[in-house]
Design a protein around this ligand. Structure first.
Ligand code: FAD
Length: 579
């Protein structure tokens, strides 16, 4: 069925009474769709733009316990994330993969390294694992050869994981649809329907077909992330969201090679930064700033953010002599953070929020890693708690699907993780040569064909920025490959020459404005101060001005960690005994 007739067919079924209407097609909405569909409910999900267009394609790609949240005392977030990570690694190999996480600790960094080490022990206890290590500077620089040796006190390592965030969303949506639900991209919920003061549905507008419909459901769930206040506002609810922008620089892996995550304190303000190996690129992020732009516009990195990230990364990796000319792409996302009025955005908790207002269930906040908890809590709040407490089954996709033999183990794992039950059909649909990797990336040509044929592509940007990630992995957003991609799109999507040229023009304009390397003329000079001077200045500032406050913080954190370690060990021992 072509994409247009598929949309028409879906649109024709909208007037049925749905059990659940999910508004928002990021990780949270997708997870609700997935859980509810597997329980046999009739679910409709609508996404105003493309699936994962919002924050869920713009994360740092870590499935992690959020060790840094431990140092801020966000123990619930850490515990939940650590447990979810372990579960996701078990359930979705090939899509969620283990990745080492290291911390480079320099002179003057706070809290002291011994406290970090204690924190890692607690972290592992919370995650039900024991997999962390401390390295002396020499051993750490063998692990991360390009890191600055001057002032390096120690390195720490623990076990985390990584994923392709947009593919994780697609995977959940695909499985939810396979289980009998409906999901439509480019359909907005423009207002809520109410009967007797209770929300019973929404008014929908199709951004592709220019048509409108009123849809009713037993339960309406607002899973619109940073946009959550827009629908809540219709009910007169108090605004809760504090949208925070985070941006990344993308370097080719050959230019900035790291084998594990390297986290460190930014020498200017001691915020955490991380360098993440992902697919065939290295991500450097992230910033954390109040986002004061309209949420419906693509978020974009500013020159100041570029300078901030470059100052941090060149101070810690001076030997690489990285410059703006090495950046292959940039991207920004907006965190759906529930505001509590903290002056420093980074101090806002990353817990999730579930509220029921006039029957509308809103679920927002949290992290990519904790998507299952968000879905379960939302369904419980909607009175569908039996789903939330149903025994968790491993997804059928990874158990049953198995692409044919003859593929390298790495390729099998990748395809099975990303495409689940669809993996064998993806391989079968590949034309000669399409099981090869696209040069400069880990993506196979066959993935493009499969996505174009089956994954609800409306625009070229859907294909290149979210189904596969060539738009943020290759120079010029993959423009050098457009003639081959044209062939696939015209075959699979039926686009004529005029449509193709229009799509290319729109994609390239979007890429230049929001994903391209920065214009050097707009980036303040981050090199005016030498890295060592920055580090020294930051260290002496902290030592003189903040010594007493630091001691109090360290003592308080030490007490919390000590108490938690005792409780954690006791629980772990008790669990082992019960088993
Ligand atoms: P979104 O993904 O934003 O989805 C909401 C969707 O709702 C949007 O696509 C939007 O278009 C749609 N929508 C809005 N209004 C309407 C409407 N009226 N009708 C229909 N649709 C609508 N978490 C981690 O676990 N690990 C990380 O490494 C990590 N790194 C991050 C780095 C950055 C820079 C940022 C910004 C976040 C990061 N996070 C990370 C957090 C994580 O990405 C988010 O918590 C998560 O993606 C939020 O998902 P969501 O589904 O709630 O929101």
């Amino acid at each position: 069925m072509s994409a247009t007739s598929w949309r028409d067919a879906c649109w024709g079924t909208l007037d049925q009474p749905w059990d659940v209407l999910v508004i928002g097609g990021g990780i949270t909405g997708a997870a609700i769709l997935y859980e509810a569909a597997r329980a046999g409910l009739r679910v409709l999900l609508v996404e105003a733009r493309d699936f994962a267009w919002g924050t869920s394609s713009r994360s740092t790609k870590l499935v992690h316990g959020g060790f840094r949240y431990l140092t801020q005392g966000q123990l619930r977030t850490v515990r939940d994330s650590a447990r979810q990570r372990r579960q996701l690694l078990e359930d979705w190999p090939g899509l969620v993969e283990p990745l080492g996480f290291t911390l480079a600790h320099f002179q003057g960094d706070r809290p002291p390294v011994w406290l970090y080490q204690a924190g890692l022990a607690l972290y592992d206890l919370m995650a039900g694992q024991w997999d962390h290590q401390r390295y002396d500077p020499l051993s750490y620089s063998l692990l991360v050869p390009q890191v600055r040796r001057e002032g390096l006190v120690a390195g720490l390592r623990c076990a985390e994981a990584t994923t392709d965030d947009a593919r994780l969303v697609l995977h959940l949506i695909t499985e939810g649809v396979r289980a009998g639900s409906t999901a439509m991209n480019y359909v907005s919920a423009t207002s809520l329907l109410r009967e007797g003061g209770v929300v019973t549905g929404a008014h929908l507008v199709d951004g592709v077909g220019q048509r409108e419909a009123e849809v009713r459901a037993r339960v309406v769930i607002n899973a619109t992330g940073a946009w959550a206040d827009q629908l809540r506002g219709e009910l007169g609810a108090v605004q809760r969201m504090r949208p925070l922008r985070g941006s990344h620089l993308v370097f080719p892996a050959w230019r900035f090679p790291v084998a594990q995550v390297v986290a460190f304190r930014h020498p200017h303000d001691q915020r955490y930064m991380s360098v993440v190996p992902w697919e065939d690129v290295t991500l450097v992020g992230t910033t954390d700033l109040d986002h004061r732009h309209p949420l419906d516009a693509e978020p974009t990195i500013t020159g100041e953010e570029v300078a901030y990230l470059m100052a941090g990364v060149t101070a810690v990796f001076p030997a690489l002599r990285l410059g703006l000319e090495d950046i292959v792409a940039t991207f920004s996302g907006v965190r759906p953070v529930v505001g509590t009025g903290q002056a420093d955005p980074s101090k806002e908790a990353r817990d999730h929020l579930v509220v029921v207002e006039q029957g509308l269930v809103t679920v927002t906040g949290g992290k990519l890693t904790t998507f299952r908890l968000l879905a379960q809590d939302a369904l419980a709040a909607a009175g569908l708690g039996r789903l939330a407490s149903a025994p968790r089954r491993a997804p059928a996709a990874t158990l049953e699907a198995s692409p044919p033999d003859g593929l390298a183990e790495w390729t099998r794992r990748r395809l099975q993780g990303r495409y689940g039950l669809g993996a064998p059909a993806l391989v079968a649909a590949a034309e000669p040569g399409e099981l090869e990797r696209i040069p400069g990336s880990s993506t196979l040509w066959a993935e493009l064909r499969w996505a174009a044929r089956n994954e609800w592509i409306v625009h070229l940007e859907d294909l290149l920025l979210r189904r596969v990630r060539l738009g943020i992995q290759l120079p010029e957003g993959g423009s050098a490959l457009l003639s081959q991609i044209r062939h696939i799109c015209q075959q699979e999507l039926g686009w004529d020459d005029e449509r193709w040229l229009g799509e290319v023009a729109a994609y390239q304009a979007l890429w230049r404005r929001h994903y391209s390397p920065p214009d050097p003329a707009l980036v303040p000079n981050w090199r005016t101060t030498k890295p060592e001077e920055v580090a020294e200045a930051a260290a002496s500032l902290r030592q003189s001005g903040q010594r007493s406050r630091g001691r109090v913080l360290v003592a308080a954190l030490g007490a919390v960690i000590g108490a938690c370690a005792v409780i954690g060990s006791w629980r772990l021992l008790r669990q082992r005994r019960l088993r």
